[in-house]
Design a protein around this ligand. Structure first.
Ligand SMILES: [Zn+2]
Length: 434
């Protein structure tokens, strides 16, 4: 037993290092070098064949644990933008509710370490994050978090820091961020200018003179712009604060495969959206959903707590299935030319599906009447009422061997095809001027 446990972290580290394009500190600092193939600290090409089966990691961490991630914006005494604001009293009450419900607040880095199989977490956890870099997160939220002893993460868009082209008087300063860093607060990336990252979407460009123009970028101009949003933002945070940034929160959750690839290549380990869902051991690292808490939707918080509140003892757990495994149509991140698409997913790889339990939810429509063929495992729905807006999220759920399984994905609809195109400002969470 002793030997087995000494070797486990080593195997996990090896496995992890093969999933990343960047040298992993876990591997290079690993004292175990008994295997000749790993001498020198970097995995040899032939190592893949000797990789452990995933089963081996099971004894290391509790794979039935679940986490909900919350995303807050601004704390203000008088709420004027209920979509992104909350009063300090309400915020503090929610932090207390977590404690009262027996939910442990853990750091985002601990959540990732658990998903790598390196560290255990309690059965029911929450991660708290703050987006956009508001001064009130430093002045108001931090003292409350200190009171509870809760760790948290700040997702910063760099042009929104005080002094940047979008950072006014209500913005956090680099000095305040440095103070948070010195006190162990996790600081991560949320782009440079906080916009829709997909090619060809409406964005605002600020000229050096401060003049702003609305435009759509494609081709090399888009690539240059999105590179700065995804990679430049990370580099700037790392350089200004002397930190390592490994997490990326996507503004409004608007991204696609191309953006994911850029982020992966830049060395991000995890990407976050705003489609709240319990995070399980198998949740995909490139689309971890956070619950965005807004003053006018207190039910979101209550429901999120309920989602894992009932899961102690392993009951009612939801297993997240990657949309890619279901060969969804339209695919996750795709853009379609019609507002009346045929939506399809293949559940055959899930196994043990109870036919009567298959359900599909479509954003803007709710539960839709699907057809499900138990022979092929294909669930489909032909949209009959034009989808509104330019993005659509689908949630397919079913019971498989008594357990609930669920898959989420999002596709885009070309603005020209959408029923009633809403402006970018109305579609997405407004970011009030700082
Ligand atoms: Zn944001």
């Amino acid at each position: 037993m002793m030997i087995r446990f000494a070797i486990l972290p080593f195997l996990v580290a090896l496995n992890f290092s093969m999933c990343t394009k960047h040298p992993s500190p876990v591997t290079s600092s690993e004292p175990v070098t008994s295997s000749p193939s790993t001498a020198g600290g970097s995995p040899a090409p032939g190592v893949a064949g000797a990789a452990p089966s995933p089963k081996i990691t099971k004894s290391v961490v509790d794979q039935t644990a679940q986490t909900i991630i919350f995303c807050y914006h601004r704390l203000v005494d008088k709420v004027r933008y209920p979509g992104t604001e909350i009063t300090p009293a309400d915020f503090e009450a929610q932090m207390k509710q977590l404690k009262d419900a027996g939910i442990t607040v853990i750091s985002l880095q601990d959540l990732l370490a658990w998903k790598r199989g390196e560290k255990n977490i309690p059965p029911r956890c929450a991660v708290i994050s703050f987006d956009d870099g508001w001064k009130s997160q430093y002045d108001v939220a931090w003292p409350i978090m200190k009171k509870f002893g809760y760790p948290f993460t700040m997702f910063i868009y760099t042009e929104g820091v005080r002094g940047g082209s979008l950072g006014g008087g209500e913005a956090i300063t680099w000095e305040q961020l440095a103070d948070m860093r010195d006190n162990g607060i996790d600081i991560e990336a949320h782009t440079a200018t906080h916009q829709d990252l997909r090619e060809g979407h409406n964005i605002m460009l600020a000229a050096p003179g401060g003049k702003k123009t609305r435009t759509k970028l494609t081709g090399p101009a888009y690539e240059q712009w999105v590179h700065n949003e995804v990679v430049g933002c990370k580099e700037l945070l790392e350089q200004r604060l002397g930190i390592k940034v490994n997490c990326f929160a996507v503004p409004f959750g608007n991204y696609n495969e191309h953006v994911k690839e850029l982020a992966r290549n830049a060395g991000y380990e995890a990407m976050f959206t705003v489609y709240g869902q319990p995070i399980t051991f198998t949740s995909r690292l490139d689309s971890l959903g956070r619950y965005a808490i807004e003053a006018n939707k207190p039910k979101v918080f209550v429901d999120a707590v309920k989602m894992i509140g009932t899961s102690s003892g392993g009951a009612a757990a939801v297993a997240e299935v990657g949309a890619a495994d279901l060969s969804t149509q339209p695919a996750d991140g795709d853009t379609v030319r019609t507002a009346l698409p045929l939506i399809k997913a293949n559940l055959s790889r899930v196994g043990g599906i109870e036919p009567g339990s298959v359900q599909m939810r479509v954003s803007g429509l709710g539960i839709v009447p699907v057809s499900y063929d138990p022979k092929t495992g294909i669930v489909s729905y032909q949209v009959t009422q034009k989808l509104r807006g330019t993005s659509c999220t689908v949630i397919v759920s079913a019971k498989a061997e008594g357990k609930k399984v669920e898959a989420h994905w999002t596709f885009g609809i070309e603005a020209a095809a959408a029923a009633a195109p809403v402006s970018a400002a109305a579609r997405s969470t407004p970011t009030p001027k700082k």
